[in-house]
Design a protein around this ligand. Structure first.
Ligand code: SF4
Ligand code: SF4
Length: 361
């Protein structure tokens, strides 16, 4: 996915697809669900998956509402995989059973994210560790796909230290964990208060995959301190949000822009939105879009991007000596400092071999 995204610019890296808007919960801070709408018919979802594949999309994330309320969810996952795209699911986990986990294994699901908001349910959210721990144990036992537990920090959550408990439990079970910052109805950050900021800092210091750690450094540390981020949001191009009506939106919090039917969405729309400046970007806290933006930052200015993702401050200067080992090896292979003709030929051979191995056309 990353190699394809680095090679070409005008295809979506991630598309969020909503198979059902209804949710079985009603979290107080959420504006992404209703309590009545019907699942999108399978034939319609299938057609949307085909359209996304035709646009060159690399990964499709199913969310809602609650996507497990769709009776043919495993069929949708199978359809995404059949079209050569990665399949991801974001769920509140309430409806998970060992049988359903096995079905998702067989369908070829790549990744599942459960959001857990607190340790004990309260009037804001019932997505609680107490309720969901049994589901997590089932996932640890049966899931053949990657699992990430996402907890949140922000004004709506009563006990910020719950996020740390949830992150530790995720690691105990062998899952990845991330923390999100609760945004308002336009995707904008609400500044963390001192106890929330302390919990954020403790979670940031837990060991994590280098791409998550880079996301924290690049975006979250600023936001947690109430500072804006300087970045180019590529929503509508590298990231698409397809609602239950089949319209393309920038993201869940900027629905209506551009609001064009997926049927009519073309490479010209992707190119146009790639360059469109989004006024809501400064305080945006939508991680899916920011992750995708990091790929393009790296694509356009690789060395500067690495220095931003993995900064090391030594007497006020930045060095790149503390890059994770994998990144250091890749930098040596693909981004040599010395550009003489011998080294350029070697780099170009590495590049061709890598694209061949990864089957990127
Ligand atoms: S579970 Fe998710 S979709 Fe449902 S109300 Fe809560 S945040 Fe919204
Ligand atoms: S900056 Fe992009 S992702 Fe963030 S709210 Fe605006 S359109 Fe959505």
């Amino acid at each position: 996915m990353i190699a394809k995204a680095l090679k070409s610019r005008y295809h979506p890296i991630v598309a969020h697809l909503i198979p059902v808007r209804r949710c079985n919960l009603s979290c107080a801070y959420c504006n992404e669900y209703d309590d009545r709408s019907k699942p999108v018919p399978m034939a319609v979802v299938q057609h949307r998956v085909e359209l996304l594949a035709a646009l060159g999309t690399s990964a499709v994330t199913l969310s809602g509402g609650e996507p497990l309320l769709h009776p043919q969810l495993d069929e949708i996952v199978r359809c995404i995989r059949r079209h050569g795209m990665l399949a991801e699911l974001i769920t509140n986990g309430y409806l998970l059973t060992p049988k359903l986990i096995r079905k998702l294994n067989r369908a070829g699901l790549d990744h599942l994210q459960i959001s857990i908001d607190n340790v004990l349910p309260d009037e804001v959210s019932k997505k609680s560790l107490k309720v969901l721990d049994r589901k997590l144990r089932w996932l640890a036992e049966y899931a053949e796909f990657d699992v990430n537990i996402n907890s949140v920090l922000g004004s709506a959550i009563r006990n910020p230290e719950d996020a740390l408990t949830i992150a530790r439990r995720a690691r105990e079970l062998g899952f990845d964990s991330t923390v999100g910052l609760i945004h308002d109805g336009s995707g904008q950050l609400r500044k963390l208060d001192p106890p929330q900021a302390a919990v954020f800092s403790a979670i940031s210091n837990l060991p994590k995959p280098f791409h998550t750690s880079a996301l924290y450094t690049r975006f979250y540390e600023n936001l947690a301190q109430g500072r804006p981020n300087d970045w180019h949001c590529r929503a509508g191009s590298r990231y698409l949000y397809i609602c239950e009506d089949g319209l393309v939106h920038y993201c869940s919090q900027q629905r209506g822009h551009p609001g064009i039917s997926l049927e009519e969405y073309t490479r010209e729309n992707l190119e146009h939105e790639y360059h469109t400046v989004k006024p809501c970007a400064l305080y945006c806290s939508i991680p899916c879009v920011q992750r995708v933006a990091m790929v393009d930052e790296f694509r356009e200015r690789p060395r500067e991007a690495l220095a931003r993702f993995f900064p090391v401050h030594v007497h006020g200067h930045q060095t790149s000596s503390d890059l994770p080992t994998a990144i250091r090896v890749l930098t040596w292979l693909f981004l040599p400092r010395n550009q003489d003709s011998w080294r350029s030929r070697l780099t170009s051979t590495f590049r061709r071999a890598a694209l061949l191995c990864l089957r990127v056309r």
